[in-house]
Design a protein around this ligand. Structure first.
Ligand code: GLN
Length: 241
């Protein structure tokens, strides 16, 4: 067991993929780790930059179709390395436009098919409707989750892929089949912005714990006072838009 508690988080395309407070997820992970005496170093990785050899957490936010077009080829080149890490248990959180590119493809509203890296057995096609508003999800693993969605891409999961949860309010993956997000090994894809993690601390702690366990540290986290986080969640879930 190592004694120094230090983790490295790769933030993919922070300049091009960052909508509705997505960066707040990174700050939340850092702060919740810091409260437990764990240091998370953030490594921004943009187009044309190499992924570090070794890292403990991966995050990618959402973006407009245009932002996705600018990063898709670069992400595709990194896809093999990212997939191998996720197969080996790397915890990852990818939001909306990032989530779409972690599936097999995203076909934009202009009809362009952007390649995905296939971490999730899922595919996304743009539609002529837009799902906008606060979403409430029941997740077997994490309990109640809330966040803000704004997407026209509709994602369909393969039957073998576990969704993040069942939609209680809002659209979720496609507004039709009643599920939101995807969960594969320690990788989570979701449409929820907001920022997502500050209002859903159980997910943040799951990612930190999984990263600690994978790095050979003690993975049981001390409890935190989450009363403010619960209030934020309650408030957001009562606002439809
Ligand atoms: N461009 C994608 C869509 O509208 C993703 C949007 C987002 O990341 N919020 O479906």
């Amino acid at each position: 067991m190592k004694s120094k508690h230090k983790l490295k988080l790769v933030h993919l395309y922070p300049d091009l993929m960052n909508l509705y407070g997505d960066r707040g997820n990174v700050l939340c992970l850092q702060q919740r780790a810091r409260w437990r005496g764990i240091d998370i170093e953030v490594v921004p990785v943009g187009v044309g930059m190499k992924l570090p050899e070794d890292y403990d957490l991966l995050f990618m936010g959402g973006g407009q179709d245009r932002g996705q077009e600018l990063v898709a080829d670069d992400l595709f080149q990194k896809g093999h390395q990212i997939k191998a890490s996720i197969e080996a248990g790397l915890p990852a959180l990818v939001i909306c436009g990032g989530y779409q590119l972690f599936g097999h493809y995203f076909k934009t509203s202009a009809g362009k098919k952007l390649p995905g890296i296939g971490v999730f057995n899922a595919a996304t096609d743009a539609s002529n409707r837009r799902l906008i508003g606060n979403v409430v999800v029941r997740s077997q693993r994490f309990g109640k989750l809330v966040g803000f969605e704004n997407h026209s891409g509709l994602t369909k999961l393969a039957a073998s892929l576990e969704p993040l949860g069942q939609v209680v309010q809002g659209g979720g993956n496609n507004g039709e089949d009643g599920v939101e997000g995807a969960l594969y090994k320690n990788a989570i894809g979701t449409y929820l912005h907001g920022s997502f993690l500050p209002k859903n601390p159980a997910v943040a702690d799951f990612l930190i714990s999984a990263a600690l366990a994978r790095a050979g540290y003690e993975a049981v986290l001390t409890e935190l006072d989450d009363s403010l986080e619960k209030k934020a969640s309650e408030l957001a879930s009562k606002r439809p838009q």
